[in-house]
Design a protein around this ligand. Structure first.
Ligand SMILES: NC(=O)c1ccc[n+]([C@@H]2O[C@H](COP(=O)([O-])OP(=O)(O)OC[C@H]3O[C@@H](n4cnc5c(N)ncnc54)[C@H](O)[C@@H]3O)[C@@H](O)[C@H]2O)c1
Length: 260
């Protein structure tokens, strides 16, 4: 079992109010990190903060729309005032909606690209500015959809392929500054995101919504979906010195569905 500590590592987690972001926030805090959650959802994020504080961990919530540069910059300053230098940053805020290509609207393009790609760009700029001079780690949540095309997921795939190129280019530019940038590319993680997506996917494949996740399992070589511990383990690895020679890489959490 991985027992690595993250004592006093100041970590910003976008999308920390739900799903993988919430799981990483709790696990990082359990291991001694000071966690700052940037999310739009106040109620859910505050619940995560309360849970962390209840076990004696350190966390706070900064209401942030990560598509808005001024909010990111203002809250980044607040975090460094409150906790000192930022050591690690995880971009997990995300949005996904499936639609046939010809029904995909310009509004859906703007929303998906803004939340998944523009926000990652803006947050990486804020993170790199904070890390210059002392180094740090950035993890961007990409996806299997950032590596493998998928019909009805055109815009989402475009956004996540974009996250790959963005992350690798930043990794290259700042490698000799001690700033490492990597991505995690999960297959299906049954979070709240899939509570909606399963209805959309059911339509695409003419399935019952409850058949969707079992249908995916059948096609994964390991025959199981990603669980949150797989994600937190990967994030801890990419944040600690165990991965000190890795930058511009992805961890494909896909149970063997993609091998590269
Ligand atoms: N769930 C999956 O199967 C899966 C698979 C691969 C990759 N991903 C990616 O992993 C990341 C996390 O996914 P999840 O399943 O935990 O999602 P989730 O829907 O459970 O949580 C997403 C969080 O992002 C926040 N958010 C959305 N828009 C925001 C904005 N503009 N500003 C601030 N916060 C915002 C939401 O409030 C929410 O708390 C996403 O980037 C997603 O695309 C998910």
């Amino acid at each position: 079992m991985n027992t690595e500590r993250l004592d006093d590592k100041v970590t910003v987690i976008t999308g920390g109010g739900s799903g993988m972001g919430a799981a990483m926030a709790k696990e990082f805090a359990k291991r001694g990190a000071k966690v700052a959650i940037f999310d739009l959802n106040e109620e859910k994020s505050q619940k995560v903060v309360d849970e962390i504080q209840a076990f004696g961990g350190t966390a706070s919530f900064y209401k942030t729309d990560v598509t808005v540069k001024a909010q990111i910059d203002e809250n980044t300053c607040k975090v460094s005032e409150e906790y000192g230098r930022i050591n690690s940053w995880i971009n997990s805020a995300g949005f996904s909606k499936m639609a046939p290509f010809l029904d995909s609207s310009e509004e859906l393009w703007d929303l998906t690209i803004n939340v998944n790609l523009k926000a990652t760009f803006l947050c990486c700029q804020a993170a790199v500015r904070e890390m210059l001079g002392h180094g740090g780690t950035i993890i961007n949540m990409s996806s299997l959809s950032g590596k493998k095309p998928s019909s009805w997921q055109t815009i989402y795939c475009a956004s996540k392929y974009g996250v790959q190129g963005l992350s690798q280019s930043i990794a290259k530019e700042f490698a000799d500054e001690g700033i490492r940038v990597n991505t995690i590319c999960p297959g299906i993680v049954p979070t709240e995101m899939w509570e909606k997506l399963k209805y959309e996917y059911a339509k695409k494949r003419d399935l019952d919504p409850e058949e969707v996740l079992p249908y995916f399992k059948k096609n994964i070589p390991m025959h199981k979906l990603v669980d949150l511990k797989n994600v937190t383990d990967a994030a801890i690895f990419l944040t600690t010195d165990s991965s000190s020679y890795l930058t511009g890489q992805s961890i494909n959490l896909v149970g063997g569905e993609l091998m590269e």
